[in-house]
Design a protein. Structure first.
Length: 438
């Protein structure tokens, strides 16, 4: 992915395909033997996706300040890999018993759960309790993690995000548009924007997930917060008519031209740039995008002109009020096989300091408790943080409970759904077939 914007992205998910058999083969060597690579670490190795510079930047800052002693004992050593290659890299290193002390947890929760089963993931509930800092992670973030990872706290919330629709207040006012409350209002707003020569909704078809987020948003609003859990539990199928209806709703947006031209070739950076340059009226994204909004070199419309709203309600639907999806970004975890006294010291320093430093330095909202108050937060960050704090009930996202293979299929075919080259029925069939074969 070619970077147009200088600030980071938290969740540009496009994992590689890995069948269950291949993953089992790669992980089969992780439980036994091990040699020196399975022993305590001499450095604090950290593998992350190259696209996300915020987390590694903050860890590097901590290594020179609050975590200086920990860094002297086990120097931070960062390695990056494109996010599209992350899952493959994790599987390869796991098979070689060579995962670093800390690593990005993978694009699908299913991969992390497999790594956990093979003994490669720290149980943070126990680890934080042993360090007497059980309250270091906010309850809401912990609940989100456990809902994703089979009831376990086995990743760290360097980011804790709410997702919704950001919109250009000035463009809305100029075109007589009020904040849409329902899906019908949302579609009508898009029609006014298109008539004014403005792309209604910026979205990355190249990454795919910004489009599938709309499918799941519709599903949750229409069928209720448990819509996709029912699919995961085998109580429903994506090919059921009420599920295909959600894919059809997103396909209809594409057919109306609401995503602009060439959505399949638009990457994350370009979509963000469309919104921040005033070429698009709306942008579905998580609160990690705040760091981009705060960058005046990127933000040409001004923070004062950016509004944030929950996913619009489907009339007659069973969804919750003020529906926001929540996530912990592309989370990070520790390697249980390299969790020694140095790694433990790093964990304590990170868990104690990261929340405040990330908010102060990058306006980045994490799932860590603030150890010191942070003053002078930009108004948009402050209001979003209040939304995070006040969100009592939330939903996940389309692929949250999918296998790695189904996640890949969903996200690589999302552009086809939006452009009309794949029918809603076929899109759902492709993903359901992968869910059936897991």
């Amino acid at each position: 992915m070619v970077s147009v914007l200088s600030r980071p992205k938290a969740r540009a998910i496009a994992p590689v395909i890995a069948t269950a058999g291949a993953l089992a083969l790669l992980l089969s060597g992780c439980g036994a033997g091990g040699g020196s690579s399975a022993s305590g670490s001499k450095d604090f190795g950290y593998l992350t996706n190259v696209e996300n510079t915020t987390i590694r930047g903050e860890l590097e800052a901590l290594s020179k300040d609050q975590c200086k002693a920990e860094n002297a004992a086990a120097p931070l050593k960062v390695e990056t890999v494109p996010q599209t290659s992350l899952d493959q890299k994790l599987q390869l290193l796991a098979g070689q018993n060579a995962l670093p002390a800390q690593f990005a947890a993978g694009n699908a929760p299913a991969l992390t759960q497999d790594l956990d089963k093979s003994g490669n993931v720290v149980d943070f509930e126990k680890a934080l309790k042993d360090l007497n800092i059980s309250d270091a992670i906010l309850p809401g973030a912990a609940a989100t993690i456990k809902s994703l990872y089979g009831g376990k706290l086995n990743v760290l919330p360097y980011q804790y995000n709410v997702e919704g629709i950001w919109y250009n207040k000035k463009i809305f006012a100029d075109n007589g548009i009020t904040e849409p409350k329902t899906w019908d209002d949302f579609v009508a707003a898009g029609e006014k924007l298109k008539a004014a020569g403005i792309t209604p909704l910026a979205a990355s078809g190249k990454q795919g997930w910004p489009l599938t987020r709309l499918v799941s948003g519709y599903l949750f609003s229409d069928l209720g917060p448990d819509a996709l859990k029912k699919v995961a539990d085998g109580q429903a199928k994506l090919t059921d008519p009420e599920y295909v209806k959600a894919a059809q709703a997103v396909a209809d947006l594409g057919a109306k031209g609401y995503f602009g031209q060439g959505v399949g070739s638009i990457d994350y950076d370009t979509a963000a740039s469309q919104f921040l340059s005033g070429k698009a009226g709306m942008f579905y994204m998580g609160s990690w995008i705040l760091s981009n909004f705060d960058d005046k070199a990127q933000n040409k419309i001004g923070e004062e002109n950016i509004g944030f709203m929950p996913f619009p309600k489907v009339s007659g639907g069973k969804g919750i009020d003020n529906q926001y999806a929540t996530n912990v970004g592309l989370p990070m975890t520790f390697n249980a096989k390299k969790y020694d006294s140095n790694a433990s010291a790093w964990l304590k320093c990170i868990a104690t300091n990261y929340g405040s430093t990330a908010l102060k330095d990058k306006n980045s909202i994490s799932g860590f408790k603030l150890n010191t108050p942070v003053d002078s937060i930009p108004p948009l960050v402050k209001s979003t943080q209040e939304t995070v704090n006040n969100t009592k009930e939330s939903v996940l996202w389309f692929e949250a409970l999918f296998s790695t293979k189904a996640t890949t299929t969903s996200q690589t075919n999302a552009a086809g759904l939006a452009s009309g080259s794949i029918t809603p029925q076929k899109f759902m069939e492709l993903v359901q077939n992968d869910l059936n074969s897991k």
